[in-house]
Design a protein. Structure first.
Length: 411
């Protein structure tokens, strides 16, 4: 049994990245939301594109108003009104000002904005009552970004702010990585799909749904290969089909030591290199990680434990980082651990790193973790609902008392 951190490193080491030349597609900007950029982006535009006003007020020459005050106000002639979208036609001369609105272009001659709260207006004249600082409230051309500089790097996931940046830079289509394809199969002769009547001894195949849902939330495309009975020939056929279609394969069940746990043997028969068979974590001890090096790049195979909670914990801890790397992200692959405190006693046998599921909420000073109520069994999917974090009890530790610090895996 390997420790979790070693398995995490080994998996990331074995995970290929989608090819930035071949595994790409050109998408309209909105369709690119959530996708990973496959090209680096820059703009021919400066940001701001021209000097403009950050406030509603008057564009003035600083030297005209630098020593004014309520006792010594300065009155200027308003020569033009500059609303947004209008290109100023006149130059502000000494003794003059232009009425200007937020975001509008600065007129020639002016270098400073006086906000309207510091003025009094009478017809086409404005009296300035408070001296501004030099260049106050002027947003200068190129202050935010200079044309030609890098704007967004390849390997970035495009979220709303990035889409806004691309739109502003007039990129209406962008090259993104295609979604990774992840084949999912459930092994187990006891399994039926949720729409079938349940007979004694049968179990609903919830893993297929859980895994597909996680794969989709990670921005990948699940390929649902359904239920495969505990029959070596059927499992072999399903695995062959899976590796021919997908970048990554997730199977659940059949990876422990039982008489019908065939997955490892079949992987070995098919020529896969098996890197991991078990991890010192609870739940999720039986975990098979293998690679098929033909075709190239290698297809990563995860044989997840069948127990529903174990399968999900394995995905959160080990599969999601690999999916992030595979998808073309240039960084941020690793799971997110934060420190918090626990609102409940956390217990473990100390033999494996334990992941206890529950909910984390922001407290006054730190994250606060509460255990899910109900039986904490790896076969109990029911109290996993609404889980958003796993509390970690390290190997060798059997108890983390209420109020004590704890490491939390955010999921
Ligand atoms: N003698 C030992 N027995 C077991 C060990 C061990 O070390 N020695 N490890 C246990 C641990 S830990 C786990 S976890 C499980 C993992 O078993 P498998 O991966 O072989 O999974 P199965 O035996 O096929 O099924 C286990 C359990 O999960 C249910 N299951 C399976 N697939 C699904 C699915 N798609 N949806 C919902 N539920 C599923 C299945 O019905 C079983 O109840 O092994 C322990 N045993
Ligand atoms: O490791 Mo198993 O996943 O404890 O139930
Ligand atoms: Mg088994």
């Amino acid at each position: 049994m390997l420790p979790a951190h070693q398995v995490e490193a080994l998996i990331l080491d074995q995970t290929p990245c989608l090819d930035p030349q071949q595994d790409v597609e050109l998408l309209d900007l909105l369709s690119a939301t959530g996708r990973v950029l496959a090209q680096s982006i820059s703009s021919k535009l400066d940001f701001p594109h021209w000097d403009n006003s950050a406030m509603d007020g008057y564009a003035v020459r600083y030297t005209d108003v630098q020593s004014c005050s309520t006792d010594r106000p300065v009155t200027l002639e308003i020569i033009e009104e500059i609303p947004a979208g209008y290109c100023p036609q006149k130059t502000v001369q000494p003794g003059q000002a232009a009425r200007i609105l937020t975001g509008s272009m600065m007129p020639q001659g002016a270098d400073t904005i006086v906000i309207q709260e510091d003025t009094q207006r009478q017809g086409n004249r404005v009296t300035v009552l408070t001296a501004p600082t030099p260049q106050a409230f002027v947003r200068h051309r190129g202050e935010f970004y200079r044309a030609g500089a890098p704007l967004l790097a390849a390997g970035t996931r495009l979220l709303a702010p990035d889409i806004a940046v691309l739109a502003a830079a007039q990129w209406v289509q962008v090259l993104v990585f295609r979604r990774p394809k992840v084949a999912i199969l459930s092994t187990g002769s006891e399994l039926i799909s949720p729409d079938r009547p349940l007979q004694p001894g049968q179990i609903v195949d919830s893993n297929q749904y859980a895994l597909a849902s996680l794969v989709m939330s990670a921005g990948a495309d699940p390929i649902l290969l359904g239920i495969v009975p505990d029959d070596p020939a059927a499992i072999r056929q399903a695995i062959v089909q899976a590796i021919s279609q997908a970048d990554m394969v997730l199977s659940s069940g059949g990876v422990s030591v039982g008489d019908y746990d065939y997955v490892d043997r079949i992987l070995a028969d098919l020529g896969a290199e098996i890197h991991v068979r078990a991890v010192a974590v609870k739940p999720g001890k039986p975990l098979t990680v293998a690679t098929f090096s033909n075709p190239q790049p290698p297809t990563l195979y995860f044989g997840l434990p069948g127990n529903p909670v174990s399968a999900l914990v394995s995905v959160w801890r080990f599969v999601q980082p690999a999916l992030r790397k595979l998808s073309g992200l240039s960084e941020g692959w690793k799971p997110t651990f934060v420190r918090g405190i626990t609102r409940h006693d956390l217990r473990s046998d100390g033999k494996r790193e334990s992941y206890l599921w529950g909910r984390v909420e922001p407290g006054e000073n730190t994250y606060e973790f509460s255990l899910a109520s109900g039986s904490p069994s790896s076969g109990n999917l029911i109290n996993l609902a609404q889980t958003n974090a796993l509390a970690v009890v390290p190997i060798g530790q059997t108890h983390i008392p209420v109020g004590a610090p704890v490491q939390l895996l955010l999921i």
